[in-house]
Design a protein around this ligand. Structure first.
Ligand SMILES: Cc1cc2nc3c(=O)[nH]c(=O)nc-3n(C[C@H](O)[C@H](O)[C@H](O)COP(=O)(O)O)c2cc1C
Length: 388
């Protein structure tokens, strides 16, 4: 019988799921997965992992310096995007990396996702553009950036001298926009990969975002895939009813990896006037408040794709990162938390190394996917299908 590709839930709890091996996807990969991903899938029975997670720190473990935190985000392109550790900085929250050079040892990051970059310079939205919210913030920066040519001229020469890979976050309003930007980035020293921000209005579809429509998401991914050999990460929006068909379409269209999530659509009211607070009316919600949504989306996507998943959304501590690994991500991005403390990403990477060492794990990969259903095809009325 043909195996169903859609997610079917199980009534088992995450703890029950530890009794089987971690699963990252339902389908046999069509291309050879990276050894790292393969290891996460097969080598580590989840029960010892659960025991390792529960083990008290300080018990005999391995030397932290011998823990291998490396992760391959483009297994279909061997060696093209292998990170030294799985903690990246999220687009729009770390500028072009250069701004933080004085405060943070950027070379120790897993990778830098730079600000959203468009074909032409963009001035961004009307102010006010940011406001604090309970457990997070709203932003409506509006992709302010100097345009791809200026990014290449101003920043790429310095990036080329860094060991840390820089992934350029690309935005556009049409497929032609995206393709033109990635064509310019192709072959530029200092640019290691592309992260496609598809949460932008698609002018060809009357303003509908590429990210909310399966066919539009597939079309833009396929067009960019044809235009570049660079590793391609496609970033998902949480503002959809069902992420799974969109994620599958993006994988089928040739993405090397998926990152999730972008911000949730929101707004705030200026109490004094009773009017919308943000100049743009709408803004993107980020920070700890969005973490449960990000977790749910990573958990769902991990069950329907075989490419690596990079988790984003409210990550501010090692515990947050561990939760996302358990939900099926192989790496994480830190965003809003950087505004309060730019050292957070490095602290998470160092903490993860110690965490693995103290529990006798040679790598973080055995921690990946431990929360996923052990028998994903078992039908249930609970869990992931809960949609109020
Ligand atoms: C001020 C700000 C600017 C952002 N700019 C971009 C952007 O240019 N491109 C993009 O894909 N995501 C952008 N994001 C979204 C973040 O990369 C991230 O997906 C989101 O904030 C969720 O992660 P967090 O809760 O850790 O911040 C931005 C977020 C913030 C707060």
């Amino acid at each position: 019988m043909k195996r169903r590709r859609s997610v079917v839930t199980t009534g088992r709890t995450a703890r029950d799921a530890y009794s089987g091996p971690p699963r990252l996807g339902l389908r046999a990969p069509r291309t050879r997965p990276s050894p790292a991903l393969e290891a996460a899938r097969t080598e580590s029975p989840a029960a010892p992992v659960a025991a390792a997670r529960a083990a008290a720190p300080g018990e005999p473990g391995v030397d932290p310096s011998s823990v291998d935190l490396s992760v391959d985000l483009a297994p279909r392109r061997p060696g093209a995007l292998v990170l030294q550790n799985p903690v990246l900085v999220a687009s729009g929250t770390f500028g072009y990396g250069i701004e933080y050079g004085e405060v943070v040892d950027v070379e120790r990051l897993g990778a830098i996702c730079c600000k959203g970059t468009t074909l032409k310079p963009r001035a961004g939205n009307e102010p006010p553009r940011v406001t604090e919210t309970p457990g997070g913030m709203l932003n409506s920066i509006g992709l302010q950036n100097p345009g791809v040519d200026a990014v290449i001229e101003r920043y790429a020469p310095l990036w080329a001298t860094w060991r840390v890979p820089v992934i350029v976050n690309v935005a556009g309003e049409s497929i032609d926009d995206y393709v033109s930007v990635v064509r310019r980035l192709e072959g530029v020293p200092g640019i290691t990969g592309i992260e496609l921000n598809i949460s932008c209005p698609n002018v060809g579809k009357g303003g509908l975002q590429f990210a909310v429509d399966r066919d539009a998401a597939a079309s833009v991914t396929a067009a960019v895939r044809r235009a570049t050999e660079l590793p391609l990460i496609v970033k998902l929006s949480p503002n959809v009813t069902d992420i799974r068909p969109i994620a599958r379409a993006i994988e089928d269209a040739g993405a090397d990896a998926i990152s999730a999530i972008n911000t949730l659509s929101g707004m705030a009211i200026e109490r004094r006037t009773g009017k919308p607070l943000l100049g743009n009316v709408y803004g993107g919600l980020s920070g700890p408040a969005v973490r449960p949504v990000g977790l749910r989306i990573v958990y769902e996507v991990a069950q329907v794709v075989d490419i690596p998943i990079v988790a984003i959304g409210g990550i501010a501590s090692l515990d947050d990162a561990l939760d996302y690994l358990a939900a099926g991500a192989v790496a994480v991005q830190v965003g809003t938390a950087i505004f309060a403390d730019p050292e957070v990403p490095l602290r998470i990477a160092d903490g993860l190394r110690r965490y693995c060492a103290e529990r006798g794990l040679a790598s973080h990969l055995p921690l990946v996917g431990t929360a996923l259903p052990a028998r994903p095809n078992r039908p249930s009325a609970k869990g992931v299908e809960y949609r109020p």
